[in-house]
Design a protein around this ligand. Structure first.
Ligand code: NAP
Length: 316
């Protein structure tokens, strides 16, 4: 990957605290242009004015039309538009599966899934015209494995990363170029593979942090207790969530240093020919992802003969 030393222009969502705020501070200290966005920006991002970042009010759950208009405004703030789009805004909605209603899941998906996708669709034509750029998505180890009470959060991050099989793609490639096999594609993974065809200089990155010391665990929202049998379970979940606050093993400053390196091709990314689409961060998340991979591989091995037995046998 080429090293980028010239100042870049970054647009970042969800900058009031945590990873978003840290991005703004480190990037401004390095001399990059930053468009820091967030809800109720005049008050919630006031503390970032001193950094010299441009401040833009943006609720990522706004309508696609409003997002398109905000992205047009953001693009025109600096002479060369935007180089890096960081889809960072997100939150955890906690609640047992049986207590979640469709509207709860829709609210979670609007922030963690549709928001990033709407922002991407609004900026992609401009980035394609420019020919370069980075689309960055703050995903999670929770895109790989699920925990009790985390249906809303895990499913929104799973959807962002990887659950849409696009079976027609091999046919497209057989008639338009080298045949490749694509399995297990998700929204952002699909996007990255489409851009490899249509705009190969636009990079796509999915970051998968474990538990990091931001406001994420103190900002958890809960669905109301709706089914009696879950009352004790919910109390235990809340107790666990509170016990994590202040004890998260991950250092958000170190994580952001690495994330910036991955985009710029500096530090840990210097000299690397290929930066993978997905990068895990934090020992805890790393172990969960490895365990999920091992578990999935074992299922494939143990059930290989059964899986293959359903193939249509060629006529003798
Ligand atoms: N910290 C972790 O352990 C961890 C691990 C894996 C992934 N992540 C991901 O990292 C990202 C950042 O979270 P964080 O850890 O930095 O937590 P955080 O300190 O709670 O920050 C979350 C940010 O998202 C913003 N946000 C929430 N809903 C929004 C909306 N509708 N529109 C615009 N902004 C919105 C919040 O703004 P308000 O102040 O307005 O609410 C806040 O600025 C999230 O996507 C999260 O899922 C975090």
């Amino acid at each position: 990957m080429a090293q980028t030393s010239a100042p870049q222009t970054w647009l970042i969502t969800g900058c009031s605290s945590g990873f978003g705020e840290e991005f703004v501070r480190q990037l401004r200290a390095a001399g990059d242009n930053v468009i820091a966005t967030g809800r109720n920006a005049s008050t919630k991002l006031a503390h970032l004015k001193e950094t010299g970042a441009s401040i833009l009010d943006l609720d990522v759950t706004a309508s696609p039309e409003e997002i398109t208009s905000k992205m047009a405004e953001a693009w025109n703030l600096y002479p060369d538009g935007i180089d890096v789009v960081v889809n960072n805004a997100g939150y955890i909605l906690s609640g047992a599966f049986e207590e979640l209603r469709q509207e709860d899941l829709e609210t979670s998906f609007k922030t963690n899934f549709h928001g990033p996708l709407n922002i991407t669709r609004a900026l992609l034509p401009k980035l394609r015209a420019k020919g370069t750029g980075t689309l960055f998505y703050m995903s999670s180890q929770a895109a790989w494995h699920s925990d009790p009470s985390a249906t809303a959060y895990c499913s929104s991050k799973f959807a962002l990363e990887g659950v849409y099989p696009f079976l027609f793609l091999p046919a497209y490639f057989s008639s338009n170029g080298p045949l490749k096999t694509y399995n297990n594609l998700g929204a952002v993974e699909c996007l990255s593979k489409e851009l490899a065809i249509f705009a190969p200089k636009i990079k796509v990155l999915l970051l998968e942090p474990g538990y990091f010391r931001t406001q994420a665990f103190s900002n958890i929202r809960h669905v109301p207790d709706r089914v009696d049998i879950y009352a004790q379970f919910n109390a235990g979940v809340k107790q666990f969530e509170q016990s994590v606050v202040g004890n998260e093993p991950g250092d958000s400053k170190k994580a952001i240093e690495i994330m910036i390196d991955l985009v710029k091709g500096t530090g840990v990314a210097a000299g690397k020919e290929i930066i993978p689409l997905r990068v895990p961060l934090g020992s805890d998340g790393l172990e969960r992802i490895k365990a999920k991979c091992r578990e999935t591989l074992k299922i494939c091995e143990d059930w290989e003969e059964v899986a293959k037995s359903t193939d249509i046998k060629p006529a003798a």
